[in-house]
Design a protein around this ligand. Structure first.
Ligand code: HEC
Length: 132
C-alpha cells in the first residue's frame, strides 16, 4: 500500500516536472518547422538579409503586429537593431491563431528575450484588424 503511494507520487512529480519545463514546446516545434530555415534556430537571422528575432527591438516594440506578420508576411524596408532589411517575407496562412500565439510566446521568451506573454485574445483581435 505504502509502496503504491510512493510510486504514485513519484510518477506525479515526474509528470508535473515535465509539464513545467516545456510550456513552450508546441511553439518551439512550429518555430523550427516554419521559421528557423530563415531566422535560424537561435533566432539570429542571416546577416544583411534576414532580420534577427533574438534580442530584436522590432519584436519587442511591435508585439501587436507579430500575428499579422506571421499570417500575411511583410515587405518594405524595416530597421531592426539599427540595421535596415528589405527582403519580403511570405505569410504562412495555414497556421491557426492558436499556433500563431504559441509561436509568438515561444519567441518572446527564447534566446534571453523577455518580451512578456501575448494572450490568445490579443492575437485574435490583431488578426481581425489585418484580415485580408
Ligand atoms: C523565407 C524566409 C522567412 C521565413 C520562413 C520566415 N521569415 Fe520572418 N522575415 C523574413 C524576412 C526577409 C523579413 C524582413 C521583411 C522586411 O524586410 O520587410 C522577416 C521579418 C520578420 C519579423 C520582423 C522583423 C524582426 O526580425 O524582428 C518577424 C517578427 C518575423 N519575420 C517572424 C517570423 C516568424 C515567427 C516566422 C515563422 C512563423 C517567420 N518569420 C518565417 C524571412 C522569413
Amino acid at each position: 500500500m505504502r509502496f503504491n503511494l510512493i510510486l504514485f507520487l513519484f510518477f506525479l512529480s515526474f509528470i508535473l516536472a515535465n509539464c513545467e519545463s516545456q510550456p513552450h514546446r508546441q511553439g518551439e516545434i512550429l518555430y523550427q518547422n516554419f521559421c528557423a530555415n530563415c531566422h535560424m534556430d537561435d533566432g539570429s537571422g542571416l546577416a544583411g538579409n534576414i532580420p534577427p528575432l533574438a534580442q530584436s527591438d522590432y519584436v519587442r516594440q511591435n508585439q501587436g503586429q507579430l500575428a499579422c506578420i506571421i499570417r500575411y508576411g511583410m515587405e518594405g524596408a524595416i530597421v531592426v537593431n539599427g540595421k535596415t532589411y528589405q527582403n519580403p517575407m511570405a505569410g504562412i496562412p495555414q497556421l491557426s491563431e492558436f499556433e500563431i500565439a504559441n509561436i509568438v510566446n515561444y519567441i518572446n521568451q527564447a534566446w534571453e528575450n523577455d518580451y512578456g506573454y501575448l494572450q490568445l485574445k490579443a492575437v485574435r483581435e490583431a488578426l481581425e484588424k489585418c484580415k485580408q
